[in-house]
Design a protein around this ligand. Sequence first.
Ligand code: HEC
Ligand code: HEC
Ligand code: HEC
Length: 463
Amino acid sequence: MWALRAAIVSVAAVFLAVIVFLLFAWRSEIPRDASAAEADFAPELIAKGAQLAALGNCIACHTVPGKPAFSGGLAVPTPFGTIHSTNITPDRETGIGGWSEAAFERAMREGVNRQGKHLYPAFPYDHFTHVTAEDNRALYAFLMTRAAVKAEAPKNDLPFALQFRPILAAWKLLSLESGEFEPDTGQSEAWNRGRYLTEGLGHCGACHTPRNAFGAEDRDRHFGGGEAEGWQAYAINGNSKAPIPWNEESIAFYLRNGWHEFHGVSRGPMAEVTGNLSRIPDSDVVAISTYVASIMGDPTPERAERAKGLIEQFEGDRLEQAADSQSSLISASGGHPGEAIYLAACASCHEGRRRQPFGGLNFALSTAVNAPNPQNIVNVVLFGLPPADGEASAVMPAFQHLLNDQQMADLLAYMRERFSEEAPWSGLAELTADTRSGEYKVTIRPSDGIERAPHNVGAEEEL
Ligand code: HEC
Ligand code: HEC
Ligand code: HEC
């Protein structure tokens, strides 16, 4: 009797909890706005929206390469499965043509679509939630004036439980800090602007911050290094492994131009980011750099001292002398199995006299050889850096058909030993084999930067 009563009470409690949760998770539909796609927007507002959309990298996620811009359908891989971006052109049936500005703003702020469905955080609304109403208006004006395209996104590939969208309300309760930032009065105006752009539309942390078991960014390891599209997004905080520490000037130069003398060109998903950032105002790039440099902090005296030596070696015309002295260094070092491969396949470009962004970076300057794992080197070496369509770009041949897994492992071990003081990497042949087989769904994009480099016209000639 007691057992029966207890069972009834617990079933009722569970039932009640489910109802309370569903009520909590429920969001109303915002009715279609029949005239939304025809509204008149001031040209200045649209132009501002275009810049903000570039900062938000909307086009990269919402466009399948070769398909119309913003028409969605790109597969965004997550540790939980594949989520497809949706069509954000003003098509009335398959896009956001019927969305009012309020519906758009709710999607950005709360990750809820017009129909009232919770959206997956593969759409980085955990960052976009900080965007002001004014900037959302400009973005809305920009998107509503794009060409309408009819295109339906493919079905997502997710485990059964995660297909149930109300569960995302629980995720938001745990992980979403919504709303605009209060300015930090202890910091400069540029820093506050930089924080707004970096943590908001720029969503740098979506790639550069590691994620916890729920797929949310781990705030205690802010900018500590994450992943994107099969690439490592290096640490850009105090743990940065760049041999010459980044500072305000070098970050601004890199974000604006897509390359830096001491760091090389931007590659993989970062190429898309710097390509887009070249379109935002200078003052905003400077603000982002002010903020990011403050997160990185000053290097330890030891690191600064080591960097000074490298700068003396590689700055400007000194690269030539460095190239000479290195060749002799190589002939002196003895018999690592990866050495012969390095000398035959890599040294001519990576220790040559061509300066950035045209030549290969000297690995003494490379973050990649100092990173916790060699994923980015494996990606670049296997798949190369393909030329950009119709523009000059830094090009590197692909070695996937020339080097087998063991040769790759030897090469990587040699590079780690010669160019870095970090502990050796392990599992190199396996990592290469898995990357080769497509296990990590590495996206290959042309590198960025050459089109904005000095003397671009002569990109093909020896400098
Ligand atoms: C990192 C990839 C990524 C970026 C960058 C991104 N989005 Fe998305 N977005 C997505 C994905 C994935 C979805 C689908 C989410 C879902 O189905 O739950 C989405 C959904 C949306 C939706 C909801 C559409 C609908 O019909 O439900 C809107 C609106 C939107 N994005 C606007 C934008 C804007 C504006 C930007 C740039 C400021 C942007 N997105 C940048 C990945 C991205
Ligand atoms: C879509 C993912 C993504 C986003 C968004 C992103 N990054 Fe990156 N970032 C990467 C990847 C991947 C790399 C490594 C690229 C490579 O190997 O060249 C990288 C490299 C960098 C580097 C070079 C680090 C080094 O030591 O070489 C800096 C600096 C950087 N990002 C800053 C930023 C800033 C600032 C933002 C925001 C405005 C940002 N990133 C947004 C993916 C991203
Ligand atoms: C034909 C010239 C050429 C050859 C040969 C070449 N590279 Fe490159 N490599 C480049 C260029 C150009 C870039 C882009 C500029 C930059 O950022 O270094 C690049 C970039 C890279 C990067 C990214 C830079 C970094 O440190 O993060 C890595 C890693 C790399 N190459 C590894 C190799 C290895 C290993 C070999 C030999 C198996 C090799 N490359 C052979 C031209 C070349």
